[in-house]
Design a protein around this ligand. Structure first.
Ligand code: ZN
Length: 512
């Protein structure tokens, strides 16, 4: 029998007591998520400093509550309840996941965590200005500080859970249970397959995407975005959409999903595909087994799996011919001047236009992963290859020439473009590409299981795909490891082949 997830009474089992303790910590996490959502959607900018203090206090209190000795004692006491239960049982998975989190959390001194948070906040501010002036020297001392702290952070995990590579602990923050060697195997194969495809695309003419450019009044875009979300299998009365500068999605509760997007009056593609992307994240958050809500297994930790869901809805669904066939009549109604006389073929090609470009967040689907590979390789060189940070712009520019055939005109459009390194987030970037690889594999598996998938998408019916993803991915939360989720979904080991096959089709479509 599964442990009751209600309030543990005085006579509750050790696991019930443990869950009650951890539930309070999780509730503070939900409170912080609301504050963070508010910060990026509603809060006047004047509130930034005060909000940073509040969020830092909540983070510190949660950390202290979790690292408490008593959590360890409760874990020990709960072990017999999990012993002998199958690995994927609630009891065994909870004890496994919590033990690892607890041991990990206690290895890093609180002062080092506070120092990292402080350094990243100072560096982020310096970065805004450095990027505006394209001044790498201004950010260099901050990057040096972040890297030094990240090294100290990684050192805390020496010998933990099979970590071998100095980059393993950094990666584990964003992709638990994935090691550097496997990431190098996967992303190396992706680079080898992708560079020739991008070279071929670059020799051709980018597809015409003029139907997506022009003037698209914001009220009509907002209405369209809401319509697109309303037909996805999101929980009824359980989501909302708001505008923001850098789109994200966050699950406050299973039936409280906050989706955000950005609108560009001159380019319809920004809102269209960012809404579908963030909806993919939201569907994942909402799809966790309700039994796991407010338990340690209800929190999704693998950014790779998370990104696989967003990319699938954005690219495999959102840029596909069946989906665009379904959406085109609506585009004609919402923006008659832009879509009068435009054929499905044209929209399909415009949606998949491919051309190497300098900025990651504006990159098309075909070239996107090369931007990530540059960053992943440079991170490995910084942490293990002795790359001096002062030489980072040079190393960056060289790779953009080699992989994308582009000359980087200035650091603002080069090494300074992303916030991740100033924010001290090393190990984050590769999860974006991992997400694309996984999306390719999951899509192939879903198609094999659902022979009518494309017809249902063309008819604007998404319950079939949504149900498949919920059944094979979402519902597990952290009950299974990402590798086990993929194995059970019929994907086998990580493989770049389905993604490369998908992208090969995009070369033809996105160029002429
Ligand atoms: Zn995403």
């Amino acid at each position: 029998m599964e442990a009751a997830r209600g309030q543990a009474g005085a006579d509750g089992s050790p696991l019930e007591h443990l869950l009650e303790r951890v539930r309070r910590i999780g509730d503070l996490g939900s409170a912080a998520a609301v504050l963070a959502w508010d910060e990026r959607t509603m809060m006047p900018s004047g509130g930034a400093e005060a909000r940073a203090e509040v969020l830092s206090t909540v983070a510190r209190v949660r950390h202290e509550m979790f690292c408490d000795e008593e959590i360890g004692e409760l874990l020990e006491a709960a072990r017999p309840e999990a012993a002998g239960k199958p690995d994927d049982s609630f009891e065994a998975a909870t004890v496994r996941v919590l033990s690892r989190d607890w041991e990990k959390a206690r290895l890093v001194p609180a002062e080092l965590r506070a120092e990292m948070a402080r350094a990243s906040s100072i560096a982020e501010h310096a970065w805004v200005d450095a990027r505006r002036r394209s001044d790498f020297k201004a950010i260099l001392p901050h990057l040096e500080r972040n890297v030094e702290l990240a090294r100290r952070f990684a050192d805390c995990y020496r010998g933990f859970d099979g970590f071998e590579h100095p980059y393993d602990p950094l990666l584990d923050e964003y992709e638990p249970e994935m090691d550097t060697a496997e990431m190098q195997r996967v992303l190396g194969a992706l680079r080898d397959g992708l560079v020739p495809l991008v070279e071929e695309a670059a020799r051709r003419k980018p597809a015409d995407d003029s139907c997506l450019r022009g003037r698209f009044p914001l009220p009509a875009q907002r209405e369209l975005a809401n319509q697109l979300l309303a037909e996805l299998p999101l929980p009824a009365d359980g989501w909302r959409l708001d505008p923001t500068e850098h789109p994200f999605a966050t699950g406050i509760a299973l039936a409280d999903v906050r989706i955000t997007t950005r609108y560009d009056e001159r380019y319809l593609g920004t809102a269209l595909w960012s809404v579908l992307h963030e909806a993919g994240h939201g569907l994942y958050e909402a799809g966790v087994d309700p039994e796991l809500e407010r338990t340690p297994l209800g929190n999704i930790r693998s950014l790779g799996l998370h990104e696989s869901q967003s990319r699938m809805w954005e690219n495999w669904v959102g840029r596909s011919r069946p989906y665009l066939k379904h959406v085109l009549p609506r585009l004609r109604r919402a923006f008659p001047d832009s879509f009068r006389g435009v054929r499905l073929d044209q929209v399909h090609r415009a949606a998949n236009r491919s051309q190497p470009s300098l900025i990651r967040v504006e990159a098309d689907e075909l070239t996107y992963n090369l931007h990530i590979l540059v960053r992943f390789e440079l991170e490995l060189e910084i942490f293990t290859g002795g790359l001096e940070l002062a030489k980072l712009p040079e190393a960056w520019n060289e790779r953009y020439r080699d992989y994308l055939g582009l000359d980087v005109p200035d650091d603002a459009r080069g090494v300074l473009q992303d916030v991740h390194w100033p924010a001290g987030a090393f190990g984050y970037f590769p999860t974006y590409s991992l997400g694309n690889v996984i999306a390719g594999q999951l899509w192939a598996a879903a198609r094999a299981d659902l022979p009518g998938l494309e017809e249902s998408i063309a008819a604007g019916e998404f319950a079939e795909l949504g149900g498949w993803l919920r059944e094979h991915v979402h519902r597990y939360g952290r009950r299974l490891s990402p590798a086990e989720i993929l194995r059970r979904a019929g994907c086998g080991r990580l493989s770049v082949d389905p993604l490369l096959q998908h992208l090969r089709g995009r070369v033809e479509l996105g160029t002429s």
